[in-house]
Design a binder for this molecule. Structure first.
Ligand code: CA
Length: 236
């Protein structure tokens, strides 16, 4: 019998924490709650968890700091939960290694579908990582799929996890145009996603800043108006 997936909820608003705990357990997962950033971090670092739900405004240590400290040690999927809805907070959260972002108030069904998607993608990735073994070159960019590294002109780039996943996805499927919905499904793991697709645009904009030459006319990741994004299959 498969062991139950284990989810950690770090949220200081007790009502929200309890609603989450109740629904997550009702879905068939194990779950634990912590009500401040510090004890949440300690619990996360035990490594017992398959996914972490993390509030941003927390006593003792804020969620950004907790997320960054978890990422120093673990690549457990992290979904940030927050009342904030500014683009800069979203970018910051994704930049420091969160996998996903939900703005309160959120629908519990959507949250559960994202929890499922992130857990599924994480287990697939772990399996894929064991069997995949390759390097992809596009111009002066080299993607080392074994070690999740990207180099440009020999220099390693600091990409967030999602930036890496997106770039690798485009590179492995060069020439194919992906709509934002398709990218949500392929890279974020959501099926029938109907939420905020700007996450895609924001992540692609960040990625372009890192991989393109300053002042270049055409990004490596091209936009096909009204259709989506792609990397050209044509070699330089
Ligand atoms: Ca809070």
């Amino acid at each position: 019998m498969e062991t139950k997936k284990n989810i950690l909820i770090i949220e200081d608003e007790k009502t929200i924490a309890e609603i989450l705990l109740y629904n997550i357990k009702a879905t068939g997962y194990e779950a634990q709650t912590r009500y401040d950033g510090q004890s949440g971090l300690e619990e996360a670092l035990t490594g017992k968890y398959d996914l972490i739900l993390l509030d941003l405004m927390l006593p003792l240590m804020n969620g950004f700091e907790v997320c960054a400290k978890i990422r120093e040690r673990l690549d457990t999927p992290i979904i940030i939960l927050t009342a904030r809805d500014t683009e800069s907070d979203k970018i910051k959260g994704l930049d420091i290694g969160a996998d996903d972002y939900m703005t309160k108030p959120f629908s519990i069904n959507e949250l559960l579908s994202r929890v499922r998607a992130n857990i599924r993608r994480y287990s697939n990735e772990t399996v894929a990582h064991k069997i995949a073994s390759s390097t992809i070159e596009i111009g002066d960019i080299v993607i080392d799929c074994d070690n999740y590294l990207v180099k440009k002109a020999g220099k390693e780039l600091e990409l967030s996890k999602k930036e890496y996943d997106l770039l690798a996805h485009f590179a492995k499927n060069a020439g194919k145009i992906y709509s934002r919905e398709e990218l949500m499904s392929a890279v974020w793991g959501y099926e029938n996603f109907y939420g905020d697709l700007r996450t895609i645009d924001v992540t692609i904009a960040r990625l372009r800043q890192k991989i393109d030459d300053p002042g270049c006319e055409e990004s490596l990741i091209q936009t096909k108006r009204g259709m989506g994004y792609f990397i050209s299959a044509k070699k330089d």
